[in-house]
Design a protein around this ligand. Sequence first.
Ligand code: ZN
Length: 161
Amino acid sequence: MALRSIRELGDPVLNKKCKEVKEVTERTKELIDDMFETMYEADGVGLAAPQVGILKRICVIDCGDNPILLINPKVMETSGEQTGQEGCLSVPGKCGVVTRPNYVKVLAYNENMEPFEVEGTELLARALMHEIDHLDGHVYTELVEGPLYDVEQAPDEEIGE
Ligand code: ZN
């Protein structure tokens, strides 16, 4: 395992659409391990492959209790609405208010390319939407309502994704 360097806003790799994963090779497994390690080291709750410069549809999430690997994730269903602070490991030191669905159901594949569903509300729903956006070349700053705050000056707690 190794830490990978996190690409920051302005790096064109963050605005590209990622390719579907067709098979999980040894290299893919190494990437996944590195992504978890990099996310935990940076104290984030999620990380998408383009954030480490790889244009593949892979992301990892851990909202504090459960590491989730998502390969080729697809949003199947959303409902409700939540408005709150959001941050991103690719936009260090900043956060802003984003409205997201309050419930999301996602279909994805695991390391063995077996399909599974994951449902999330609140923080997990926000993280799922945020990470899947990354795979389509979108960063949360496109959705921020109002100013982008410095984390220390933000009215609420920050979420790093
Ligand atoms: Zn992010």
